[in-house]
Design a protein around this ligand. Structure first.
Ligand SMILES: [Zn+2]
Ligand SMILES: [Zn+2]
Length: 314
């Protein structure tokens, strides 16, 4: 067993392999129930909140986005945090919360789409970030995906969420603060080290994917563009293609594991853009909540082996 610290954050994990190391031990994600009427499906467009945009295909669409029917934040009230006495700080939950339907197909998950379709979806992310960032009082646009019950979704039709927030989220701020302590981008250096390590999962011309040294989740992977870019809008066409390709490879492996996952885009100011892919095989218990230290039963070195496909048993 090993206690490991995150590259730059004060965050610790304990790697305790054994019990659940082999993917075949994961129980298959319980099938999400098919809703009788799916309002993400083509033909039911009238049932969603007002459409914001779509990528047209023929008479229909390939990707479509609209306001979230059950938003966590909304553009009402005041975004500014105010103090109410010495210990109470609050604001209205200000922002914009949107749903992007990834594909018109009800039966396909993101891992069933090809790399070009995945690339197109990331182009939509770029569009949403650009548009929502320009809105008044928006400090950050979070883009994340939940797949499966253990990752926080109950709707089977593949979709992504976008939440434009009135604050910079604490996790992003923590990364910004940590990065600022270095004279040059630490992630550029981390990438060149991990590229030569046993934690490398995949690499193509412009992208790299590795299992982070202090992985919190079984089979956690981080995806970085090799060039120091701070957002999707700086990606070249080739980089977008390479991103689609590397995400497809990761997702194909996640399909084999058959587990819930989240992924989220990480970017802000001069933070080196990256994507955290977080499979959700294990639940956090008292140890995690009481100490903030996370126990992960899969060493990232073994996770990387699984992604690279070297390990037959996996
Ligand atoms: Zn559907
Ligand atoms: Zn960098």
């Amino acid at each position: 067993m090993e206690l490991r610290k995150d590259y730059i954050l004060s965050r610790f994990v304990i790697l305790a392999s054994g019990r659940k190391e082999r993917p075949r031990d994961f129980s298959k994600e319980a099938e999400l129930k098919h809703a009788k009427i799916c309002y993400f499906c083509p033909g039911n467009e009238k049932m969603t909140p007002k459409e914001i945009g779509r990528v047209p295909k023929g008479k229909g669409w390939e990707v479509r986005w609209f306001e979230n029917k059950f938003p966590a934040v909304e553009p009402k009230g005041k975004a500014r945090i105010r103090a109410d006495g010495s210990f109470h700080a609050l604001s209205d939950a200000y922002g914009y919360h949107e749903i992007i339907v990834d594909t018109p197909s009800h039966s396909k998950q993101l891992w069933d789409l090809n790399n070009t379709q995945i690339e197109k979806l990331f182009c939509v992310y770029m569009d949403r970030i650009r548009e929502l960032s320009a809105k008044k009082n928006v400090k950050h646009v979070a883009v994340f995906k939940n797949y499966g019950r253990d990752a926080g979704t109950s709707l089977i039709h593949s979709h992504t969420q976008v939440a434009a927030l009135g604050i910079v989220p604490p996790y992003i701020k923590e990364k910004n603060d940590a990065v600022e302590k270095f004279r040059r981008c630490p992630y550029c250096d981390i990438m060149s080290i991990e590229r030569k390590s046993s934690r490398l999962c995949y690499e193509n011309d412009s992208m790299i994917a590795f299992a982070p040294f202090a992985s919190r989740f079984n089979y956690e992977v981080w995806v970085f563009p090799k060039r120091h870019v701070t957002g999707l809008s700086e990606f070249s066409k080739k980089e977008m293609e390479d991103l689609g390709r590397i995400m497809k490879k990761i997702l194909a492996k996640l399909k084999r594991l058959g587990i819930s996952y989240n992924y989220c885009l990480q970017y802000s100011r001069d933070l080196h853009f990256h994507i955290e892919v977080l499979p959700r095989a294990e639940k956090w218990g008292g140890f995690e909540y009481s100490s903030g230290i996370i126990i992960n039963s899969v060493y990232p070195e073994n996770a990387a082996k699984f992604y690279r496909g070297y390990s037959k048993g996996h």
